[in-house]
Design a protein around this ligand. Structure first.
Ligand code: CA
Length: 407
């Protein structure tokens, strides 16, 4: 791959300490070296990354277009797919909403209403299942750079939790949800987790509450911290899946006492999903060779940066599946009725994994809708899928991404 992210010139940065615990602060020389061209997750195999889109004004979402569930499937984007390998056992998607700009995550408020994060603008957009949309709020200290920006959203006990990057750190804040569907807004802000490192790439970013009521954060190595001494250190946040209490404190039963780390040795995790029996799966971007689906257990070590994909050693836990990045580059993931659904960026497909045999997968819609960022299960059991074609690596102009629904 030859693409590289837009870079903001800066020489040094403080790697901030682990939230509320150790106060170790490490001065780092930011090194966005040109030696490895493969640092961009899910980047295109050809061409360089165009300049990032300029931020748009509050009115830029324009008049909503109403496309009900009877809308016809989208036209193919002609991306050179391996569609012949698809199993195509899922029903054809319909369009829920259009006109989104670099959407990243979905949090359902009720069966008809969701909040959608827009990475570069920091906007939280309220989307109704009839296609109506409006800006519910703007997180004004989002600092979009490279892959960083406003990422994960999740709703828990009346609060919207948001994972995002600022000039200084990655963090999670929660906001009181105000109003009703049609007038939702973001109320008072409360800091939950701060001081996580931030990089131009590999910021992880999905957040979700597990069946145990804890807040899980899919982390990355934050690129500049992928040195093994960080990624393999359970008391440093780089390369971890992190687990917090809803107020941001560290659970007493985390595997490494006093650390938010739940598992370690990850490169860039953006998909989290729990099965009916509480098993946690995580989807992870590899470097050059292998993307991974991992079954996560507390305290396990998934190998990065020593091992990419299956290592076959006692020291590290191997993925249950691995895929070539061109066929995968997995971001968001959902679970429903015995099946994992994984959205893929570069692979431009939905991959399904029947958890009764998690060593196999099937693919769907390859190349039909471009890059796919996330899939979320709606309260009615349908799947909502975010396209990702407006972040500079996709094929569409600003504000042209969509939410698709699979019944
Ligand atoms: Ca691994």
């Amino acid at each position: 791959m030859s693409s590289t992210p837009r870079r903001r010139p800066h020489a040094t940065r403080q790697a901030l300490a682990l939230g509320t615990i150790t106060a170790v602060s490490i001065a780092l020389t930011a090194c966005f070296g040109s030696g490895s061209s493969s640092a961009v997750d899910g980047g295109s195999a050809t061409g360089s990354l165009p300049p990032e889109s300029s931020q748009q004004g509050a009115g830029s979402l324009g008049a909503p277009e109403v496309l009900g569930s009877g809308a016809s499937p989208l036209a193919s984007l002609e991306t050179g797919s391996n569609a012949s390998e698809d199993s195509n056992t899922l029903p054809a998607p319909t369009v829920v909403a259009e006109g989104l700009d670099v959407p990243w995550d979905i949090a359902f408020v009720d069966a008809e209403t969701a909040l959608v994060s827009q990475r570069d603008s920091g906007k939280v957009v309220e989307v109704a299942d009839n296609g109506d949309k409006r800006v519910a709020g703007v997180i004004d200290n989002v600092d979009a750079r490279g892959e960083a920006g406003l990422h994960g959203l999740t709703i828990h006990e009346g609060y919207l939790y948001a994972y995002y990057g600022t000039e200084e750190d990655n963090r999670v804040d929660r906001f009181e949800l105000t109003g009703e569907p049609g007038s939702l807004g973001l109320g008072e802000r409360e800091e939950i987790v701060s001081g996580l490192p931030i990089g131009n790439v590999h910021n992880g970013g999905r957040i979700a509450f597990g069946p145990d009521g804890k807040l899980y954060l899919a982390g990355g190595d934050f690129q500049e911290l992928r040195d093994a001494k960080f990624t393999q250190d359970p008391y440093h946040p780089a390369g971890k899946i992190l687990r917090y209490n809803p107020d941001g404190s560290i659970p007493g039963d985390n595997p490494w006492p006093g650390s938010p780390a739940y598992s370690m040795g990850h490169r860039n995790v953006q998909g989290l999903a729990w099965t009916d029996d509480g098993t946690l799966y995580a989807a992870e971007f590899g470097q050059d060779e292998w993307d991974e689906l991992n079954k996560i257990t507390a305290g396990a070590n998934y190998g990065w940066p020593t091992v990419e994909g299956r290592g076959g050693t006692e020291e590290f836990t191997d993925p249950v599946q691995q895929w070539r990045p061109a066929a995968a580059s997995p971001s968001g993931m959902a679970y429903a009725d015995g099946m994992l659904y994984i959205a893929n960026l570069r692979g431009e497909r939905i991959r399904t994994v029947d958890v009764s045999d998690d060593s196999r997968s099937e693919t769907h819609f390859t190349g039909q809708f471009g890059r796919l960022r996330h899939v979320e299960v709606a309260p009615d059991g349908s799947l909502w899928v975010l396209t990702n074609n407006t972040d500079g690596r996709g094929q569409l102009r600003d504000g042209d991404d969509k939410i698709l629904r699979i019944e």
